[in-house]
Design a protein around this ligand. Structure first.
Ligand code: HEM
Length: 190
C-alpha cells in the first residue's frame, strides 16, 4: 500500500513537472522566432564593404540599401521642377557652388531616419522631428510649407529612387509606401 502511494506520488510529481515546463517551452519557441523587419528585408545588419569608402570601411547591408535609395531620391528631386526650387533651393544653391556639406548631412539624417523607421538596431536619428523639419519657421532650409499634392510628388520621387536601386515593387507598395504615408500628417502643414 505504502509502495503504491509512493509510486503515485512520483507520477504526480513528474506530471506536474512536465506540465510546469510547457508554458516555458512555448514561450522559448515564441521568443526565438522574431519576425523579420523591413530593415532585414533590404539587407539587415550583415556587414558588407561600403562602396563609398576609399579605406574599405564596412557598412550594414540594410543601411547601404537605404542610403542608396536616399541619395538617388535626392538626385531625382533635384531634377524635379515641381519640387526642386520651391522646397530645396538652399540645398541646391550650396551644391551648385560645390559645397556638399548640406547634402552629406541630409543624406545622413534621412538614412538614419529610414534605418530607425524600418527597424534597424544600430542607429539613432538625431535630426529635427518631422513637424519642425518641414516647418520653414523652424527649418530655414525648407523653402515653404508642403501641401498634400507636394507630398504625393515627393513620394513619387522616392519610388523612382527605390526602383533605381532594384527595390521590389512589392516592398515599395506594401511596406515602404504605407510607412511613408504614416508621416504625411506631420510633413504636410498647408
Ligand atoms: C515621409 C516623407 C518625408 C520624410 C521621411 C522626410 C524626412 C526628412 C528628414 C529626416 C529631413 C532632415 C531633417 C534634419 O536635417 O534635421 C528632411 C528635411 C527636409 N525635407 Fe523632408 N521628409 C519627407 C517629406 C518631405 C516633403 C514632401 C518635402 C517637400 C515637398 C520635404 C522637404 C524637405 C526639405 C526642403 C528639407 C531640408 C533639406 C535640407 O537640409 O536642405 N520633405 N526631411
Amino acid at each position: 500500500m505504502k509502495k503504491t502511494n509512493f509510486k503515485s506520488l512520483l507520477a504526480i510529481v513528474a506530471l506536474v513537472g512536465i506540465i510546469g515546463t510547457m508554458p516555458f517551452l512555448t514561450s522559448c519557441k515564441k521568443s526565438t522566432s522574431v519576425a523579420p523587419t523591413l530593415y532585414d528585408s533590404v539587407g539587415g545588419s550583415v556587414m558588407v564593404k561600403d562602396p563609398k569608402s576609399s579605406s574599405g570601411a564596412m557598412i550594414e547591408a540594410g543601411r547601404l540599401a537605404l542610403r542608396s535609395v536616399v541619395d538617388s531620391t535626392i538626385f531625382v528631386i533635384a531634377a524635379d521642377g515641381s519640387l526642386n526650387n520651391k522646397f530645396f533651393s538652399v540645398l541646391l544653391g550650396e551644391v551648385g557652388k560645390g559645397n556638399l556639406s548640406g547634402f552629406t548631412e541630409l543624406s545622413m539624417n534621412l538614412t538614419d531616419f529610414f534605418c530607425v523607421a524600418t527597424g534597424a538596431k544600430s542607429f539613432k536619428y538625431t535630426g529635427m522631428d518631422m513637424v519642425s523639419a518641414h516647418d520653414p519657421a523652424k527649418n530655414s532650409r525648407m523653402g515653404t510649407k508642403a501641401t498634400s499634392a507636394d507630398f504625393d510628388l515627393f513620394v513619387g520621387d522616392l519610388v523612382k529612387g527605390a526602383q533605381q536601386n532594384g527595390v521590389s515593387n512589392d516592398l515599395i507598395a506594401n511596406h515602404i509606401g504605407p510607412l511613408v504615408y504614416t508621416l504625411k500628417s506631420q510633413v504636410v502643414q498647408k
